[in-house]
Design a binder for this molecule. Structure first.
Ligand code: ADP
Length: 234
């Protein structure tokens, strides 16, 4: 809601971060601090965007260097880190774990050990906000692709993280649902990091990171980075 008080800001800091899968180094020497509210991440397939995104909440732990979320080390304090930084996958099927819509949304806060009445209130609120209220007892796997992605987003937001990382949240969606998810992201009071190939999503963003072959190739405002990226890949 527009009149809700702003959430405290979460700063994510990467110090000399390198990541390898086995022998293969896919991110090299990344050092930066993320404090801006709206941050985009772009780059060719295989450039390391998804690995970078997963480092931000401890889904991936760096093979060298350190990732700190408000000073919490993702290597040793992953539970606390995940309370602060939520993650939405490209494929909502990777995220939906419970049979019905309402049960699925309740899973996260239940896991966090929140009181039952608070969980019920939060679940109602997010289902209503994302137009899923009429589907609360529906089998989640029968929802449309767009509804599934909204459900996955609801399942993260219900835990009230301070920052949400989206890894190509619209890649599998049609145009209508892409717009819908873009609007949802735009309306969030949470800070976001959005990995995307939809460059128009980034117009109002504060900062865009461009990855190339596992290195940060550009870092600046959308006006500085997006045309550079487009020209470089033309
Ligand atoms: P992007 O999101 O930009 O496509 P990724 O971070 O997904 O980049 O991948 C970077 C490189 O790491 C790619 O070459 C990819 O094949 C490889 N990779 C990603 N995940 C794994 C994994 N779990 N095991 C091995 N290699 C991986």
């Amino acid at each position: 809601a527009a009149d809700a008080p702003p959430l405290p800001r979460t700063a994510v800091e990467l110090r000399d971060v390198t990541h390898a899968y086995g022998e293969r180094t896919v991110l090299s020497d990344v050092t930066l601090t993320l404090t801006e509210s709206r941050i985009g991440v772009i780059g060719a397939n295989g450039s390391g965007k998804s690995t970078f995104a997963r480092l931000l909440n401890g889904l991936v732990v760096p093979t060298a260097g350190t990732v700190l979320v408000d000073g919490l080390d993702t290597r040793t304090q992953v539970r606390e880190v995940r309370r602060q930084v939520g993650f939405v996958f490209q494929d909502p099927d990777a995220q939906i774990v419970h049979p019905t819509v309402a049960e699925d949304v309740a899973f996260g806060p239940t896991n966090q050990g929140r009181p039952a009445d608070e969980i019920a209130r939060r679940v109602d609120e997010v289902l209503d906000r994302y137009g899923l209220d009429g589907h609360r007892d529906h089998p989640a796997h029968l929802l449309s692709g767009g509804q599934k992605q909204l459900l996955a987003i609801a399942g993260v937001l219900v835990m009230e993280p301070q920052r949400v990382v989206f890894d190509e949240p619209t890649t599998l969606l049609d145009l209508v649902n892409t717009r819908r998810v873009a609007q949802v992201i735009e309306g969030l009071r949470q800070d976001v990091v959005v990995v995307t190939h939809h460059l128009d999503l980034l117009a109002g963003f504060d900062r865009v990171l461009v990855f190339e072959d596992g290195r940060l190739a550009a870092d600046g405002s959308p006006a500085e980075t997006v045309p550079w990226y487009v020209a470089r890949n033309a």
